[in-house]
Design a protein around this ligand. Structure first.
Ligand SMILES: NC(=O)c1ccc[n+]([C@@H]2O[C@H](COP(=O)([O-])OP(=O)(O)OC[C@H]3O[C@@H](n4cnc5c(N)ncnc54)[C@H](OP(=O)(O)O)[C@@H]3O)[C@@H](O)[C@H]2O)c1
Length: 238
């Protein structure tokens, strides 16, 4: 039987990139997936692709920086499927450049999506998972959280926040809820489309590589918790 048969997974950032690959991979393991992001067309295409492969997918356009929208998203998922087994926080945004030339608006955008919305979404699902006595949360950090990359000061700070937040939350809610964090190196996604002079995309990880790690974290037997996965391109950090 598929590893996640009968389970319900909510994936933010599921319209493209890593989130989309994660949603596809969880569905391939038998999960019913609820997909969230802002861009309706991308979300619809992602859900359609999953349904085309024979799994259940349900798109809920959501801006995760809006607390009430996140609450409505979780209510909708639980109302429809009566449970929530897996949450993957893959919604994220990045703005690179030297800190001296950075703009506070860009800081606010990254803090709001990468860090605050991860917290808000975790808090929204926890009552459900704790009531069930089971659940797995996987937050997506970045290697930038652990290694100083010039030009990524604020992005790195948000991801260091995600990493530490995830570690503390894991202590608070174990053993009923497993909290894990994936720490990827560069992944070839649309996030890099607007980054001039970025690393060689051919040498990056693929979104499906990150998705495999997330599926492993979600599909382990309930007695085991894979809490941190540092996943790098085989050639090393780019
Ligand atoms: N690509 C990399 O090299 C890399 C490496 C390590 C970690 N990461 C992290 O992995 C995560 C996914 O990145 P990615 O590379 O897949 O980026 P991406 O291709 O740009 O996808 C980002 C996703 O997040 C969604 N999103 C952004 N703001 C949102 C909001 N306010 N509300 C709801 N959804 C929102 C986007 O949809 P909408 O814009 O339509 O809302 C999109 O679906 C991010 O947290 C990123 O920091 C990426």
């Amino acid at each position: 039987m598929s590893a996640l048969a009968g389970q319900v997974a909510l994936v933010t950032g599921a319209g493209r990139g890593i989130g989309r690959a994660v949603a596809r991979a969880l569905a391939a393991e038998g999960a019913t997936v609820v997909l969230a992001a802002r861009t309706r067309s991308e979300l619809a295409a992602a859900a359609e692709e999953i349904r085309g492969a024979g799994a259940q997918a349900f798109a809920v356009p959501t801006d995760v920086t809006q607390d009430r929208a996140v609450g409505a998203l979780v209510d909708e998922a639980v109302g429809r499927f009566e449970r929530l087994d897996v949450l993957v926080n893959a919604a994220g945004t990045a703005s690179f450049g030297t800190f001296a030339e950075s703009k506070a608006d860009d800081w606010d955008g990254m803090l709001a999506v990468n860090l605050r919305a991860t917290m808000v979404t975790c808090r929204a699902v926890l009552p459900v998972m704790l009531r069930q006595g089971r659940g797995t949360i996987v937050n997506v950090a970045s290697i930038a959280a652990t290694r100083p990359i010039p030009g990524a000061a604020v992005y790195a700070a948000t991801k260091a926040g995600v990493l530490t937040f995830s570690r503390v939350l894991a202590e608070e809610v174990r053993p009923a809820v497993r909290v894990g964090v994936v720490v990827p190196g560069a992944v070839d996604t649309p996030l890099w489309d607007t980054v001039p002079g970025g690393p060689d995309r051919a040498r990056m990880l693929r979104p499906a590589d990150v998705a495999r790690a997330v599926v492993l974290m979600a599909a382990l037997p309930s007695g085991a918790a894979l809490e941190e996965v540092r996943l790098l391109p085989a050639g090393g950090i780019l």
